[in-house]
Ligand binder design. Structure first.
Ligand code: ATP
Ligand code: MG
Length: 158
């Protein structure tokens, strides 16, 4: 369905913010104005839920999670950054593979199946977007994804 992404994203972040551990803070850098995208809200919720849950799970005590949206030519670029321990450079692309866990010992402690980001990748690509990560050991992690903007419509409707 046609969704205004900025207000949708604020909404999703609000819901998480009510339940985060006290030592973690959120900052938002979402553009003002409207950005319409054609999405399945439930599926995109699954994507955001996984990325945000990871960011929380891997955040250090007192960490900040930063949410950004930038409007580009014909797409929006969404990013979610944390200040966690990061992922070694040579492993960053692997985190989107099924069952991949960057650090076995740590993963066992923190739980999870290693499927979250693989599913997120499928769902973003089903929306004609791309998803990738930037990280480094001790440098925190940023997950980026894009979604195509809807063209201007002459008439509103379904
Ligand atoms: P699941 O999401 O299925 O519960 P998971 O969180 O381990 O399990 P993914 O979300 O697919 O699985 O992430 C894959 C791996 O990538 C994680 O196990 C972790 O090693 C690494 N990873 C993902 N996000 C981050 C992050 N923000 N900081 C550090 N490592 C991360
Ligand atoms: Mg996960």
């Amino acid at each position: 369905e046609r969704v205004e992404f900025i207000s949708y994203f604020h909404h999703v972040i609000d819901r998480f913010q009510m339940n985060i551990p006290e030592h973690i803070s959120f900052t938002r850098d979402l553009q003002s104005g409207k950005s319409f995208v054609w999405i399945d809200k439930d599926k995109l919720m699954q994507v955001l839920d996984n990325i945000i849950s990871n960011a929380i799970k891997y955040s250090p005590e007192g960490g900040t999670i930063r949410f950004k949206v930038a409007k580009q030519r014909n797409q929006i670029l969404v990013s979610i950054s944390d200040e966690g321990m990061g992922i070694p450079y040579d492993k960053v692309d692997k985190i989107f593979e099924r069952f991949y866990r960057a650090d076995k010992a740590r993963s066992r402690k923190l739980g999870g199946s290693g499927l979250g980001l693989a599913i997120s990748k499928e769902l973003v690509e089903a929306h004609h977007g791309r998803i990738w990560a930037r990280s480094g050991e001790g440098k925190g992690t940023t997950i980026f994804f894009t979604l195509p903007l809807m063209g201007r419509r002459r008439r509103e409707g379904k």
